[in-house]
Design a protein around this ligand. Structure first.
Ligand SMILES: Nc1ncnc2c1ncn2[C@@H]1O[C@H](COP(=O)(O)OP(=O)(O)OP(=O)(O)O)[C@@H](O)[C@H]1O
Ligand SMILES: [Mg+2]
Length: 226
């Protein structure tokens, strides 16, 4: 598939302290609207790679291009603007604010802009309806099931219409039904919103919903065995 490169990683190397390299020269390209699952054993470097793609962490060497800009040359102010507007993050544990309602939680990323509050609230409501949470707008995270919390976290990640969604084990805390539901939801959101996705997962169901599955092993990315 052609498509312009949204993300292009070249020669990414990363080690921690004096330990052997976690990433040993990884190349990765994600086109606009493409979906990708990264699998691999615990400790192989999946989160490290995801955090480098999202500019939450820096590699020792290599290049990270996002929408054509070299991320490693940008200052923290520019990086946080890109992270806020162009990239959505979903983590294994939802990181919702317990004292805020569902609607307030998903609006957190829109606060920074300081404009278009009505449009942001409309979009948040629309997305919450799409994920089946329209009856829970005023609930607190503590009153939701694990799957409902993860769906709220996905809406929060998408509320600013990012080009890329990064998800680190988004179904890790869910049971089988919950993870299949979330996997289906991510597939639908990719189709409806055109958002590209890079998902780290142990769930075969979620991996199958992504257009491509790569395995990280011995510091290298390779197509996963079917
Ligand atoms: N901040 C850090 N300091 C030192 N070592 C780290 C740090 N973060 C990760 N590591 C090490 O780097 C390796 C890769 O870690 P990473 O979290 O990327 O693995 P992972 O593939 O996401 O594993 P899991 O499936 O268990 O989440 C591990 O050996 C880990 O101990
Ligand atoms: Mg991890």
């Amino acid at each position: 598939m052609a498509g312009s490169a949204l993300v292009e990683l070249t020669g990414i190397r990363k080690s921690y302290g004096g330990m052997p390299e976690v990433l040993g020269g990884v190349d990765l390209r994600i086109g606009a609207g493409e979906t990708l699952a990264v699998i691999g054993p615990s400790g192989c470097g999946k989160s490290t790679l995801l955090n480098i793609v999202g500019a939450l962490d820096r590699p020792d060497s290599g290049s990270v291009r996002f929408e054509g800009a070299e991320m490693l040359e940008l200052d923290e102010k520019r990086l946080s603007a890109i992270r806020n507007r162009r990239i959505g993050f979903v983590f294994q544990f939802h990181h919702l604010l317990p004292q805020c309602t569902v609607l307030e939680n998903v609006l957190v990323p829109t606060i920074v802009h300081g404009h278009g509050r009505q449009a942001a609230a409309d979009r948040a409501r629309k997305l919450l309806e799409k994920v089946g949470l329209s009856g829970k707008l005023s609930s607190r995270p503590g009153q939701l099931s694990g799957g409902e919390r993860q769906r709220a976290a996905v809406v929060r990640a998408l509320v600013n219409s990012p080009a890329l969604l990064l998800a680190d084990e988004p179904t890790g805390s869910l049971d089988r039904a919950g993870s299949e539901n979330l996997a289906d939801l991510l597939g639908d959101l990719n189709r409806d919103e055109g958002v590209a996705m890079m998902v780290v997962t142990h769930s075969p169901h979620l991996a199958r919903r992504m257009g491509k599955v790569l395995e990280l092993r011995d510091g290298q990315l390779a197509p996963a065995a079917a």
